[in-house]
Design a protein around this ligand. Structure first.
Ligand code: AMP
Ligand code: GLY
Length: 420
């Protein structure tokens, strides 16, 4: 099978690594890829949000299967264009990708599916939104409706803060994404992520994870794309997972199919768990980054069979063979991230790292320059390891971190503290 993966972060390196474990993968191209991916696959330059360009490229390279990593190409309809051209693709249509691309749409689906989630109001003008906030009181959550690169959610501690966020969003600070605003009840509890594959009809759980969104130890400081993750998430017990399937995920899939926009791909449900009951925080229509790294580490070669079955409508035949182990990934980021940071610093020591199915350093923002690996982004490397216990996975992941020489980078030293 000739495979094309769209994307170039740690998530795509982990996907590429898992695909390469499977003997069914004959050729692998990743666009745009990164320096780590280039060591195991061919990297190509391609506008991944231009459906026609991706179709032409896939046809020219005799690609059999396209895997879309990030949400932007999905929201732009790249999966639709590929399917129109008769190509097999893993990832939802633009209509189904609205589960991530529009928060108001997701709330509407939850209403129709009777899925437990935060109470909300949906607004297209600032005055009505502010009146709602004043009536509800704080804390309260203000969300830009559209894709805002993870920055469109404000947890307001006071009414004044919520009003300022509303003015900001309607004032255009999130562009089109803020033209509509969703205001939600503030939920308390413990958050965890639940990943399922969907083929339009069947749903198959493939794992749970928790990530650390804040940049600082003890989960303090500004939000980031994620500073580390581990799988499984102990808070998401089998019983709660079963309940989330029954009350949230299956009803959502049924509602999407009923509307004529069945969902195919991976669905990542962010759940808030309190008193044994899950409520939906958000859906994402892709793997989490860095959650994908720990899921791929645990799934290994079977990941290709599973996602191929999802793309091909054969999930009812698919089974997950669980390794009863734990995985952790620690993100190494450029100093200054998530604020401004330097690019171009040299990373040494990667050649000496012994990588195997228990230890992998996945690359996120890296480049190969004059024979050296340099940092080219905010999140740069993901030191990832498996172990019989979470503590063992953690010790192995931090041993990987400590074998890398990169003075311009940093990481959190407490990934997994809640579970450990
Ligand atoms: P989202 O982009 O919707 O996942 O929001 C980002 C983060 O904001 C979530 O992971 C939660 O930590 C937090 N959040 C979002 N909505 C709520 C809510 N209604 N109650 C409490 N926290 C929330
Ligand atoms: N790590 C969070 C995300 O991928 O959305």
């Amino acid at each position: 099978m000739n495979i094309l993966i769209l994307g170039g972060g740690g998530r795509e390196h982990a996907l590429a690594w898992a695909m390469m474990q499977n003997p069914k993968c004959d050729k692998l191209i990743v666009a745009p890829g990164n320096a780590g991916i280039a060591q195991i696959a061919t990297c190509a330059t391609l506008d991944t949000e231009d459906g026609a360009a991706v179709v032409n490229f896939a046809e020219a390279e005799a690609i059999d299967f396209v895997i879309v990593g990030p949400e932007a190409p999905l929201a732009a309809g790249v999966a639709d264009r590929l399917r129109d051209a008769g190509l097999l693709v893993f990832g939802p249509s633009a209509d189904a990708a609205r589960l991530e691309a529009s928060k108001a749409f997701t709330k509407e689906i939850c209403d129709a599916a009777n899925a437990p989630t935060a109470a909300y109001g949906h607004f297209t003008d600032a005055e009505a939104a502010k009146a709602h906030v004043r009536a509800q009181g704080a804390p309260i959550v203000v969300k830009a409706d559209g894709l805002a690169a993870g920055k469109g959610v404000i947890i307001a501690e006071t009414v004044a803060e919520a009003e300022a966020a509303i003015d900001d969003m309607f004032g255009g600070s999130f562009g089109e994404a803020g033209a509509e605003v969703v205001i939600e009840e503030f939920m308390t509890g413990e958050e965890a992520s639940f990943f399922v594959l969907c083929d339009g009809e069947e749903v198959l759980p493939i794992g749970t994870a928790q990530d650390h969104k804040r940049v600082g130890e003890g989960d303090t400081g500004p939000n980031t794309g994620g500073m580390g993750a581990y799988s499984p998430a102990p808070v998401l017990t089998d019983e709660i997972a079963e309940r989330a399937m029954r009350e949230i995920i299956r009803p959502t899939m049924t509602e999407m199919a009923r509307r004529g926009t069945p969902y195919q791909g991976v669905l990542y449900a962010g759940l808030m768990i309190k008193d044994g009951a899950p409520r939906l925080v958000e859906y994402n229509v892709r793997f989490g980054d860095p959650e994908c790294q720990v899921l791929m580490m645990r799934l290994g070669a079977q990941a290709l069979d599973l996602i191929h079955a999802a793309a091909d409508g054969r999930l009812s035949e698919a089974r997950v063979n669980w390794a009863e182990d734990h995985a952790m990934t620690v993100v190494m980021a450029a100093k200054g991230y998530p604020g401004s940071y330097e690019k171009g610093s040299i990373i040494s020591g990667l050649d000496a790292v012994a990588e195997d199915s228990f230890h992998m350093v996945f690359h996120a923002g890296t480049k190969q320059q004059d024979g050296r690996i340099t940092a080219s982004g905010g999140r740069v490397l993901n030191a990832t390891a498996r172990g019989a216990t979470l503590a063992e996975a953690r010790d192995r992941a931090y041993a990987l971190v400590d074998s890398i020489d990169w003075p311009e980078g940093f990481c959190r030293r407490d990934i997994g503290w809640r579970a450990l």
